[in-house]
Design a protein around this ligand. Structure first.
Ligand SMILES: Cc1cc2nc3c(=O)[nH]c(=O)nc-3n(C[C@H](O)[C@H](O)[C@H](O)COP(=O)(O)OP(=O)(O)OC[C@H]3O[C@@H](n4cnc5c(N)ncnc54)[C@H](O)[C@@H]3O)c2cc1C
Length: 416
């Protein structure tokens, strides 16, 4: 019988609801450590010798079990609050041509993070980058110089747990930027509410738009599809060097192959996302100061320089963006708010579908996350009949295929 109240971290993982953010490992380091479970994602596993469930702050901050806007937080928000708080919308790019070229979109996440440090507003940026030990995996680092911050440019469409190293932020000499996916940022915000020492050091949060995290096995499959042995790989890039940029693999002999973004994301990565991402209503960093994604409201040609869509969600975010523009770290212009849903129509319909998927899980007696003050029903209602049926009856089929009634870790057959 599943624990429907999700009262422990183990129950969240068991119910396939863990996002892999790592906040439980930060808040409860004596009981949990993050590990990569190849066919699923990063998961908190009990430290050897620890018995009994992990509860308390780790559970209270867990974004897998609960996401919540404070009552009134969306009052007056555009789009009836369905895109979270939105104060303004911009299209920008880094004025450093190298950063713009290497960034996933316009290198704006890197440019703002670096500007916060070079201007003295922050002492570092907590970021994800390719692991120095294993190029197929990711690591979390607190980068403190322009060079190291911009070297982490580029999205990594593979499991990453930025929150497991929030201790680096808590113990930093001054305020820091925290970069992460929407779930990572929601967890950071909640952890900061629970731990004042962390709150004092979180100077700015930047959420990247996210349609879901694929497993490490998906990256390995792409590499094998290029006829390359994963063990021989020295570098993997998922995007960048063009917009949207190609999935590229290098070995010690040089470039070993590539796929277009559409082939990599549409063909393999998207099919190997963890279950929790398929029932996530927040794909656009609603809990961040700034949320950044792709301005896909128009056709993009492969060789045009990248641009990023920037959603200003708080006054603190507005100030950081304004300063980066004023000092010339960024160039760009304000857009009408309507460009937001036009840029991400798939994310809008996904949010509607999520409402149907969660309802189906609930009706079938499975534990579900609580999403409070995150309106989605109207988007579900707007779906065509086929979309409504897929999000409910179709979900039942997907749930069976995923083995949602079994413990998530049991479904992999992997040693943990
Ligand atoms: C799994 C995933 C799914 C995404 N889905 C969408 C989508 O549906 N629509 C959309 O518009 N954009 C999506 N993005 C975001 C997009 O790829 C860009 O990150 C975003 O447009 C910002 O680009 P940039 O050039 O300004 O950032 P850059 O300057 O390239 O900086 C990217 C930053 O993101 C951090 N980062 C990279 N990978 C991860 C990760 N896995 N977890 C946490 N932090 C990370 C890096 O440390 C770096 O600081 C997704 C990204 C990821 C990782």
């Amino acid at each position: 019988m599943k624990d429907r109240s999700l009262s422990s971290i183990e129950a969240v993982v068991d119910a396939h609801l863990c996002t892999g953010c790592g906040v439980c490992a930060y808040l409860s380091p004596d009981t949990q450590a993050m590990s990569d479970v190849k066919h699923i994602g990063r998961r908190p596993l009990p430290i050897v010798g620890v018995t009994g469930p992990t509860t308390g702050a780790a559970v209270a901050a867990c974004p897998g079990r609960r996401l919540e806007h404070q009552p009134g937080a969306l009052e007056g928000a555009p789009f009836d609050g369905e895109w979270g708080p939105v104060l303004a919308l911009y299209e920008c790019w880094s004025t450093d041509p190298d950063v713009r070229h290497r960034g996933s979109s316009g290198g704006v996440v890197s440019a703002i993070s670096a500007h916060m440090v070079t201007s003295g507003a922050a002492v570092g940026a907590l970021q994800i980058q390719a692991s120095r030990e294993n190029p197929l995996r990711n690591e979390t680092v607190l980068n403190t110089t322009y060079e190291t911050i911009v070297a982490a440019a580029g999205s990594r469409y593979a499991p990453a747990s930025p929150c497991e190293r929030l201790d680096l932020v808590e113990h930093a000499a001054g305020p820091c930027v925290v970069v992460g996916k929407p779930c990572d940022i929601a967890a950071t915000r909640r952890a900061a509410e629970l731990r004042p020492a962390l709150a004092q050091k979180v100077g700015l949060t930047i959420g990247i738009f996210c349609a879901g995290t694929p497993s490490s096995a998906a990256t390995e499959k792409l590499i094998r599809d290029l006829d390359v042995d994963p063990a021989a790989v020295t570098q993997v890039d998922y995007r960048g060097e063009g917009w949207p940029g190609r999935f590229r693999v290098r070995t010690s002999e040089g470039p070993a192959g590539s796929f277009s973004y559409a082939e990599a994301w549409g063909g393999t990565l998207t099919k190997n996302r963890q279950w929790r991402c398929l029932i996530c209503p927040d794909h656009t960093g609603e809990f961040a100061d700034l949320a950044i994604g792709d301005p896909w409201y128009r056709e993009v040609t492969d060789d045009e320089p990248g641009r990023s869509l920037v959603v200003v969600r708080t006054e603190r975010g507005r100030e950081a963006l304004r300063a980066a523009l004023a000092d010339g770290a960024l160039a760009g212009e304000e857009l009408p708010l309507s460009r937001l849903p036009e840029s991400q129509p798939n994310l809008e319909s996904t949010r509607g579908a999520v409402w149907g998927r969660v309802l189906t899980m609930r009706l079938l007696g499975l534990p579900t996350p609580r999403f409070l003050n995150m309106p989605a029903f109207r988007l579900w209602w707007k779906l065509p009949l086929r979309g409504k049926l897929t999000s409910t009856a179709g979900t039942w089929r997907r749930m069976r295929a995923r083995g949602l009634w079994r413990s998530e870790l049991e479904t992999t057959g992997e040693p943990t």
